[in-house]
Design a protein around this ligand. Structure first.
Ligand code: PBG
Length: 333
């Protein structure tokens, strides 16, 4: 109580602030989401994500080495699939020589210590841009799970360290755990997107992969709201995370990030596995757009948002700022 206590004594100068700081960030807190495309020596910037590129596998490998050198220890990988390979079954997703599988193999060969977490969801492979198989106008849960198991096992065969199901089908974590174990991959982990909201903040990501729900010759849902969560809900997120842990998830992920930090804290309070937060494409795009206009400071806003995500309870942050933020932190040393 004042005047015995003065809160400002602990903020008097930078040294004191350093002593009492409750949260710190380091490069290994970040995971970098990477977009991979066919071809060689191919690198194209994503219009709505300045500084973020779609790269062919060879250039992805070079980038992964640079990421490792600045202290990043994990990458999330997503592929842009050729239109001719898409269908309603998603079968290209478990092609042992598909783009994803090749990328995993090449990255692990060049940089074995980088933890590789391929995305497990059918949307880049679906002609309808959905995360599952469409039957009678709806995304069918259980047959989609069977497809996801084949996909995840093919990622494990290619050398993935973790698989990262982002599809929000019911029961897929259990099915993936059983499928990986049956195939002999007991040590391949599952980082589950447990509380993934149906969010408009994924727009730039869908541009990057051309994976948005599309007009079709048959009746298909126009959005992902029958599987991704309603952003009005909080209790439901806790339920989803608890189920995923029971089903065998090694880590649970919440996304988007900044607008969902209440959910991060709620889940942190009830699960005993590491928490991952995905600071998604739209969040990155908004900051970069404001930076381009000179309206906010890139480094300051970047570090503030990442610190706040960690403070809320994240053990790991998947962010398009990963490399920039790691370089920023290294330069402070
Ligand atoms: C696809 C997937 C999406 C993201 C990660 N995995 C998009 C979606 O669900 O439509 C979004 C990531 C981002 O916006 O950065 N299953």
């Amino acid at each position: 109580m004042f005047p015995l206590h003065r809160g400002r004594r602990l903020r008097l100068n930078e040294s004191i602030r350093n002593l009492v700081r409750e949260t710190t960030l380091s490069p290994s807190d970040f995971m970098f989401p990477m977009f991979i495309a066919e071809g060689e020596n191919y690198k194209v910037e994503i219009a709505s994500m300045p500084g973020i590129f779609r790269r062919s596998v060879d250039l992805t490998v070079e980038e992964v080495k640079e990421l490792f050198a600045v202290g990043i220890r994990a990458v999330n990988i997503y592929v842009k699939v050729d239109e001719t390979l898409k269908d309603n079954t998603g079968k290209e997703a478990w092609n042992p020589n598909g783009l994803m599988q090749n990328a995993i193999r090449e990255i692990k060969a060049a940089c074995p210590e980088m933890i590789v977490m391929p995305d497990v969801a059918l949307d880049p492979y679906s002609i309808y841009g959905h995360d599952g198989i469409i039957t009678n106008g709806a995304v069918e849960n259980d047959s989609t799970n069977e497809a996801l198991v084949k996909m995840a096992v093919s990622h494990a065969e290619a050398g993935a360290d973790f698989v990262a199901p982002s599809d929000m089908m019911d029961g897929r974590v259990l099915r993936l755990r059983q499928g990986l174990d049956a195939a002999g991959f007991q040590n391949v982990g599952i980082m589950s997107y447990s509380a993934k909201y149906a969010s408009a903040f994924y727009g730039p990501f869908r541009d990057a992969l051309d994976s948005a729900p599309k007009e079709a010759d048959i009746e298909v849902p126009k959005d992902k709201k029958t599987y991704q969560m309603d952003y009005a809900n909080r209790i439901e997120a806790i339920k989803e995370a608890l189920w995923d842990v029971e089903e065998g998830a090694d880590m649970v992920l919440i996304k988007p990030g900044i607008a969902y930090l209440d959910i991060v804290r709620e889940i942190k309070n009830v699960v005993n596995v590491p928490i991952v937060v995905f600071h998604v494409s739209g969040e990155y795009a908004m900051i970069k757009a404001a930076v381009e206009r000179g309206w906010v400071d890139n480094d300051k806003v970047m570090m503030e948002q990442l610190m706040c995500i960690k403070r809320a309870g994240a053990n790991l942050i998947s962010t398009y700022f990963a490399k920039e933020a790691a370089i920023f932190l290294n330069n402070l040393k």
